[in-house]
Design a protein around this ligand. Structure first.
Ligand code: NAD
Length: 251
């Protein structure tokens, strides 16, 4: 991966960093010698990752957090600020792609899906705003998904949340831009994480993925981490309010 010297020493907050794409992003920033704080509900994976990277000489801090609880999110971010310093980069990565047939969705479940897939992205961005203002700038990267662009069925509240991320990014970029805070979206295609391998990647689904993509290879978490590092770095200093699709040419 490329090295971005301006990321060294920068405090980076990654949500959902214990596994999948978030883990690759945590590893990517640690490799840049950034000071990485990450939050997750998966304590075992989060602690193991933080211990491994700390043992390798990196500055990495894991905090247990259920992002559906906005008050806990706000105090968790304060804990990371106390531990690592003023937050300069936020990666809103956490989500949950549990399938939900439309006839079975209750109002409570609807709210829960919005809470896990959209709401925390806004409140984490709000919470780091004072840090980035005080620092004279910052970068926020929000994960969307091609699922809403490609019109996937079976998880309408997830896809609605991921479409909303793009609208939120465009508005926050406008609102935060005068403080030199850049806000961009990353839209992954089908990224072959451990969870995707275990749950969904049948030989038939893999063949369909290959047929739909222009590039005839699997796209991995590191492919998303590379794009995220670039957007967080000063090499992307003129880029804001944009959405970058990394899907091997699916949509
Ligand atoms: N993998 C894909 O194919 C794919 C495709 C499009 C978009 N995305 C997006 O990329 C991002 C990462 O996806 P992934 O595949 O790595 O997901 P994943 O499910 O493998 O990992 C998500 C992480 O978030 C954590 N998390 C879930 N709920 C949480 C909560 N309430 N509080 C705190 N942490 C919580 C999980 O424990 C996990 O570590 C998501 O925003 C997802 O929507 C992924």
């Amino acid at each position: 991966m490329a090295i971005y010297p301006d990321l060294a020493g920068k405090v980076v907050l990654v949500t959902g960093g214990a596994s999948g794409i978030g883990e690759a992003i945590v590893r990517g920033f640690a490799n840049q010698d950034a000071r990485v704080g990450f939050v997750d509900i998966d304590d075992a994976a989060g602690s193991a990752l933080a211990e491994e990277l700390t043992a390798a000489g990196k500055t990495v801090y894991f905090e247990h957090l259920d992002l559906r609880d906005v008050q806990a999110l706000q105090s968790g971010i304060e804990t990371i600020r106390q531990a690592l310093g003023t937050i300069g980069v936020l990666v809103n990565n956490a989500a949950h792609d549990e399938r939900h047939p439309a006839p079975e969705v209750t109002p409570d479940y609807f709210d829960d899906r919005i809470a896990v897939n959209l709401r925390h992205q806004f409140f984490a961005s709000q919470a780091v705003l004072p840090d980035m203002k005080a620092a004279g700038g910052g970068a926020i990267i929000c994960m969307s998904s091609i699922s809403w662009m490609a019109g996937f069925g079976g998880m309408p509240i997830y896809t609605a949340s991921k479409a909303a991320v793009i609208g939120m990014v465009r508005s926050l970029a406008r609102d935060f831009g005068p403080d030199n805070i850049r806000v961009n979206a990353v839209t992954p295609g089908w990224i072959i994480t451990k969870r995707q391998l275990e749950l969904w990647l049948t030989p038939e689904a893999d063949a369909e993925r290959n047929a739909r993509q222009s590039l005839k290879r699997r796209i991995y978490p590191d492919d998303i981490a590379k794009l995220t590092l670039f957007l967080a770095s000063e090499d992307a200093s003129a880029i804001t309010a944009q959405n970058y699709i990394a899907d091997g040419g699916w949509v």
